[in-house]
Ligand binder design. Structure first.
Ligand code: MN
Length: 130
C-alpha cells in the first residue's frame, strides 16, 4: 500500500529533515512534531500507519510516550519504531523490552531504514487482516 501516513517525532532539525526527505522520496506521507506531547496528540487525531519516535526529546522521552500511546485504545495498535543515537547493547535491550516494534540507530542508514519501515508496515497490516 503506497502513501501510508508516517508520524515523525524528532527534535533534531537535521534528522527530521533527513527522515522527511527519505520517506517523501519513497512516496510516504509524513506529519511531524518535535515533542512527544504534540506527537501523541497528532497520533490520536490522524491515526498514522506508523510512528518514528526519537528517544531523547525535550519534554517526556520516547519511552514514556510509547507507554502513553499503548495505554490509549485510539493509538495502542499503531506500530512505533524507536530512533536513537544510543547503540549500546543494554540500551537496545531496554528499548525493545519497552515494547517498540523496531529500532533504528542514528546516524541513519537510508537503505536499512526503509527496509525496517516497510517490514513493520507489512507486519502490522497482516496483523490487522487476520
Ligand atoms: Mn532527540
Amino acid at each position: 500500500m503506497a502513501n501510508e501516513l508516517i508520524l515523525i517525532v524528532e527534535d533534531n532539525d537535521k534528522n527530521l529533515k533527513l527522515l522527511r526527505d527519505v520517506l517523501g522520496a519513497k512516496g510516504y506521507d509524513t506529519i511531524e512534531s518535535i515533542t512527544a506531547e504534540e506527537g501523541i496528540e497528532l497520533a490520536g487525531q490522524q491515526h498514522p500507519a506508523l510512528i518514528l519516535m526519537d528517544i531523547q526529546l525535550p519534554g517526556i522521552d520516547g519511552l514514556t510516550a510509547l507507554r502513553q500511546l499503548r495505554a490509549d485504545p485510539g493509538t495502542e495498535g499503531i506500530p512505533v519504531i524507536a530512533v536513537t543515537a544510543s547503540a549500546m547493547p543494554t540500551d537496545r535491550r531496554r528499548i525493545l523490552d519497552a515494547g517498540f516494534d523496531g529500532y533504528i540507530t542514528k546516524p541513519i542508514s537510508v537503505k536499512e531504514f526503509l527496509v525496517e519501515i516497510r517490514n513493520t508496515l507489512d507486519k502490522n497490516s497482516r496483523k490487522e487482516d487476520s
